[in-house]
Design a protein around this ligand. Structure first.
Ligand SMILES: CCCCCC/C=C/C(=O)SCCNC(=O)CCNC(=O)[C@H](O)C(C)(C)COP(=O)(O)OP(=O)(O)OC[C@H]1O[C@@H](n2cnc3c(N)ncnc32)[C@H](O)[C@@H]1OP(=O)(O)O
Length: 396
């Protein structure tokens, strides 16, 4: 396992991976000297260290290393720790960046750090996507857009260039959005995607953001997040509708068993390639799928990774109705707007009558699936699959 973890680290250092924003851990290399008049105050520096956590755009590994080195130089002075071993790729890259600053004075490093952060903030601001709805909620990240209109709260996955893959931040934001939607005055909540995909599942670069506690800690916190995330769907009190606007992969498919209605374009496909990824089913699909489609069809999907067309998924009961792609949006929204005018309390109570008997069981299954996945994430099978995808050797 150390070997595979090492390969992940090597990919990260080579810049082949775009790791999620963890700037404070992977900082800097700004070698310009500056005069006393240009020096940044301690307060500017502290503001900059906070600002860096709010950057909307990943600045890339090279800049993160620069930030790291400048931060260390500004706070601790010249590099004063032993050089990590050659196989300790990430720490060695960080050490090299810090060491390269030589005897750069602390004040200069502080100033250069502030300068670098402010240039990043400026370019990050200019890339912020303007979301149209005046009633937008939950502005935590641009990757998720939440709007409320006509009695419908719509949560839209908004990373079309990455096929709406789910980052760690997005899991948190979706949980917040569901929490807010459960309490707002809308009657129905919708999850959908922007662009040609509904969702390509878990963002596989989530695996590259290894915390100081190592891969075990990463797997443990991932399992906690997964369990919390799925729990929100199990407990969601109002009618929950998936508007599946394109292909769906992984966790975006499995949780469909927890939705009340699933409308799909005929362009959508449904794919749970867990064995290919060295992983195992989640989202309560080990229970809901056999129940919905029978054990052998569920096995084809969850064990052998058979990809279903929208019509197949509809025949098997995972999808409620399929619409031609050309009229999908129009037909679905007309339908949902009509449903949203029904008495909201009656809908909520009817949902509870249908779903409540299963809730405890679903929570127990979710806990068990999350535990099993935690182990799977540490397996060579899983790590090899992730490395293959990230090094562009494999795709589904
Ligand atoms: C709290 C943690 C909970 C985890 C729960 C467990 C969850 C399990 C799962 O969801 S398993 C499923 C994981 N998903 C995948 O394995 C899909 C991987 N992606 C692909 O195979 C392909 O990208 C594709 C088939 C979805 C689409 O192929 P194609 O149409 O050829 O597009 P591209 O491959 O060029 O994709 C464009 C762009 O998006 C990036 N991307 C797509 N999906 C993901 C992803 N899941 N993770 C990370 N990145 C993704 C892809 O790399 C491209 O990026 P680039 O333009 O090259 O920078």
């Amino acid at each position: 396992m150390a070997g595979v973890a090492g390969r992940l680290a090597r990919l990260w250092c080579s810049g082949a991976l775009s790791s999620p924003l963890q700037v404070t851990r992977f900082p800097a290399l700004q070698l310009h000297l500056c005069g006393p008049a240009m020096r940044a105050s301690q307060e500017d520096f502290e503001n900059a260290t906070n600002q860096v956590k709010l950057l909307k755009k990943d600045p890339g590994n090279e800049v993160k290393l620069k930030l790291y080195a400048l931060y260390k130089q500004a706070t601790e002075g010249p590099c004063n720790v032993p050089k990590p071993g050659v196989l300790d790729f990430i720490n060695k890259a960080k050490w090299d960046a810090w060491n390269a600053l030589g005897s750069l004075p602390k004040e200069t490093a502080r100033h250069n750090y502030v300068d670098l952060v402010s240039s990043l903030s400026a370019s990050s601001e200019s890339s912020i996507q303007v979301t149209p709805a005046a009633d937008r909620k939950q502005p935590g990240s641009d990757a998720l857009v939440v709007t409320s209109q006509d009695g419908i709260t719509t949560i839209t996955l908004n990373r079309p260039d990455k096929k709406n893959a789910l980052t760690t931040q997005m899991y948190h934001d979706i949980m917040l959005a569901l929490e807010a939607a459960s309490k707002d005055d809308s009657a129905i909540t919708v999850l959908t995607g922007n662009g040609d995909y509904y969702c390509s599942g878990n963002d596989l670069t989530n695996f590259t953001d290894i915390p100081p506690g190592g891969v075990e800690e990463k797997a443990r916190s991932g399992a906690v997040l997964l369990r919390d995330f799925v729990d929100r769907f199990i407990d969601f009190p109002k009618p929950l509708v998936a508007v599946v606007n394109g292909p769906a992969v992984g966790i975006s498919v499995t949780i469909l068993g927890l939705f009340d209605i699933v409308y799909a374009t005929d362009r959508a496909t449904f794919h749970t390639p867990f064995s290919h990824l060295g992983q195992s089913p989640e989202g309560c699909s080990s229970y809901t799928f056999p129940k919905i489609m029978g054990p052998s069809k569920a096995t084809e999907m969850l064990v052998f990774g058979k990809k279903l067309t929208a019509r197949e998924a509809c025949t098997q009961g995972l999808v409620t109705e399929v619409f031609p792609d050309s009229t999908f949006q129009k037909e679905v929204w007309v339908r949902l707007k009509a449903y949203s005018k029904l008495p909201p309390n009656a809908m909520r109570i009817s949902k509870q009558v249908i779903r409540n008997t299963e809730k405890e069981k679903l929570h127990a299954i979710n806990a068990e699936e999350s535990n099993i996945l935690r182990e799977r994430w540490l397996s060579d099978e899983c790590m090899n699959a992730v490395v293959s995808f990230l090094s562009k050797k494999a795709k589904l």
